[in-house]
Design a protein around this ligand. Structure first.
Ligand code: ADP
Ligand code: MG
Length: 590
């Protein structure tokens, strides 16, 4: 039989390579801007027409190319950025694979004009489907200007799969934003169909960030800055109240390269744990600097994935840095700022509790729990609410016993309380879960949490699987104030329950807790938190419980004395604020 293997002609090989690098107009924008950055440009202009389907033009004032290099740049695997294989692990440039220009030239009509500073004339090359049509000297400014027209004109199948202009243009602004955020020292502009979309002068990082994500976010940005010998972390995280329902501005850069990493994203998200609702997406723009020999960027043609020598270390540093930043700025809810002090946790219940932990009142019903709270809350009140903060305007928040302004309970579900900017609306169940959760965590830290003995010991029979889990948890369970004994053979005997819990069906409580615990797959929090979470969820009051007037303000005060008053342990919001202004607007004529 004759031999059948042949080398592919360059044009076809390039087209195949293009399939990986160039998926859509936005990929062209990315590659061209990155080349301009690598060429040392200080000013980069991007001009697109019809979402890049008709034209993508990138003009830079970088170092330009010689005539030979301009021609060479169009060959596949032609690059000025890599010489030896060791260079692969010392990469500082955006490009290094030498594929982009060859790929684009294979699937579009491309025109390059380029000139080096010291040359008298520049070079103009026109290339179409990998075929050079023109190569000639030309007059042009120093730097490089590349036009890409009619992308995928010779690959109709690809062209057909492009999305609508708005969608494709959104991809373009996204790629543009990613490079612009990585290089605040470079000026960028973006025009679409002759309309200026972005003009970003060179400047400081914060300026660039708000230039890209919008001025309104300026007040939300909390700086992150951490330096270790292994990695440097800087940038910004958004305050919790800037978190959005849809995944918005989340940027992670490694050595100025935007990367996608669900794992590291998780690290940042974890820093927000419990500060934002479980479905919300925090805002962040974070830059990691790490020795290039500790990472491998050559794992994907678009270079948006990176392999780290030790990803766990990075994970931990990231999480801690973001936490630290959020903590330093002691992020407060967007309530009135003159109430802020009253709501700060350090005015909360703990400092006034001589036992340093749980109030060891021997209560059985959760409504009695309020008795303990009342004391805490009174202290919060006398300490801050009345004496300092509202001294100038006692009418602003009336004392809790003033029926006129006491919080209103709506449908036995929500508490509505007047605050300076409007109304604070508290979900009583979420609030109660939060309070109980923090108390349970505290209970785990003290030596003898209050135990309420049961009259007759109860036996709990579990399946072998559940029993194994339960056994492991036993120290924690007893640490919470249960008195449960391992009886062997998958059975356990209950002698007592935590004093802070509502009395009731002890067996069911434990079973519910075990069930919730098993279903809590959160990889971040430890067993201790999970236990407290499971128990608080299975024992708090359900919606629809009437709260006496005196207890409403107490619940609110104690909620805000919590370390994290924002969300319930299961991630639901504990309160929302209705701005008076917003409400009044709704009365306006349209
Ligand atoms: P890579 O960026 O991976 O090296 P490209 O195909 O994107 O591969 O570019 C090939 C080469 O062309 C680059 O290595 C560079 O030398 C040159 N080049 C591309 N764009 C520019 C530009 N805007 N200014 C100067 N040189 C450029
Ligand atoms: Mg490149």
């Amino acid at each position: 039989m004759s031999d059948i293997i042949r080398l592919l002609p360059d044009a076809i090989a390039n087209q195949i390579a293009a399939g990986e690098v160039i998926q859509r107009p936005a990929s062209v924008v990315k590659e061209l801007i990155e080349n301009a950055v690598d060429a040392g440009a200080t000013d980069i202009q991007v001009i697109v027409k019809e979402a890049g389907k008709a034209l993508i033009k990138v003009v830079d004032n970088g170092r330009g190319m010689s005539e030979t290099d301009a021609r060479m740049s169009l060959e596949r695997h032609a690059t000025s950025k890599l010489r030896t294989s060791e260079d692969l692990f010392a990469i500082r440039s955006m490009g290094f694979r030498g594929e982009a220009l060859a790929s684009i030239a294979a699937i579009a009509q491309m025109e390059i004009r380029t000139k080096q500073e010291d040359d008298d004339v520049g070079t103009r090359i026109v290339i179409e489907a990998s075929r050079v049509k023109t190569q000639e000297p030309t007059q042009c400014a120093p730097g490089t200007s590349i036009d890409v027209k009619n992308l995928f004109f010779n690959v109709p199948a690809r062209r057909k799969f492009l999305k609508s202009d708005p969608v494709e243009f959104r991809h373009i602004t996204e790629e543009f934003a990613r490079v612009a955020l990585a290089y605040p020292g470079i000026g960028f502009s973006l025009h679409h169909n002759d309309i200026e979309i972005y003009r970003l002068p060179p400047g400081k990082l914060r300026q660039r960030v708000i230039g890209v994500i919008g001025k309104k976010h300026n007040e939300h940005l909390v700086p992150v800055s951490e330096e270790t010998s292994y990695v440097t972390i800087k940038g910004f995280v958004g305050k919790p109240d800037a978190a959005k329902k849809s995944r918005g501005d989340q940027y992670l850069f490694v050595n100025n390269r935007f990367i996608r990493s669900p794992y590291l994203h998780h690290a940042i998200r974890a820093a927000f744990d419990e500060m934002i609702a479980s479905g919300a997406h925090p805002l962040y723009i974070i830059y990691l600097e790490i020795d290039p020999s500790k990472i491998d960027v050559n794992v994907h043609p678009t270079k948006q994935q990176i392999k780290f020598e030790d990803e766990k270390i990075i994970y931990n540093y990231l999480r801690v840095s973001a936490r630290h930043a959020l903590g330093k700025y002691s992020v407060t809810p967007s309530l009135d700022f003159d109430q802020e002090r009253a709501f700060r946790p350090d005015h909360g219940m703990r400092p006034h509790d001589p036992s340093g932990g749980l109030q060891r009142t021997n209560i059985q019903h959760w409504d009695k729990l309020f008795e303990g709270m009342q004391n805490d809350a009174e202290q919060v009140n006398t300490l801050t609410l009345q004496s300092e903060v509202f001294a100038d305007d006692p009418d602003r928040i009336a004392p809790a016993d003033d029926k006129r302004n006491a919080p209103y309970q709506l449908h036995n579900t929500l508490l509505i309380s007047q605050i300076k900017s409007g109304a604070l609306v508290v979900d009583q169940q979420a609030a109660h879960e939060r309070i109980l959760y923090e108390r349970l965590l505290k209970a785990l830290d003290v030596e003898n949490p209050g135990v309420q003995k049961v009259l007759f010991p109860l036996t709990l029979e579990l399946s072998a699987g559940d029993a194994a889990v339960f056994k492991d948890l036993l120290p924690l369970i007893n640490g919470l104030g249960f008195e449960v004994e391992d009886f062997g053979q998958n059975s356990f005997v209950i002698h007592g329950t935590p004093a802070i819990l509502e009395g009731g069906d002890e067996k069911q409580t434990l079973l519910d807790m075990l069930d919730k615990f098993k279903n809590d797959l959160d990889p971040i929090v430890g067993n201790k938190e999970k236990m407290a979470r499971a128990l608080s969820l299975s024992t708090t009051t359900k919606r629809g419980t009437f709260l006496p007037v005196e207890e409403r303000q107490t619940l609110i005060d104690v909620l805000f004395a919590c370390e994290n008053p924002y969300t319930s342990p299961s991630g639901r919001k504990c309160f929302v604020v209705l701005e008076l202004e917003e409400l009044l607007k709704r009365f306006n004529k349209d």
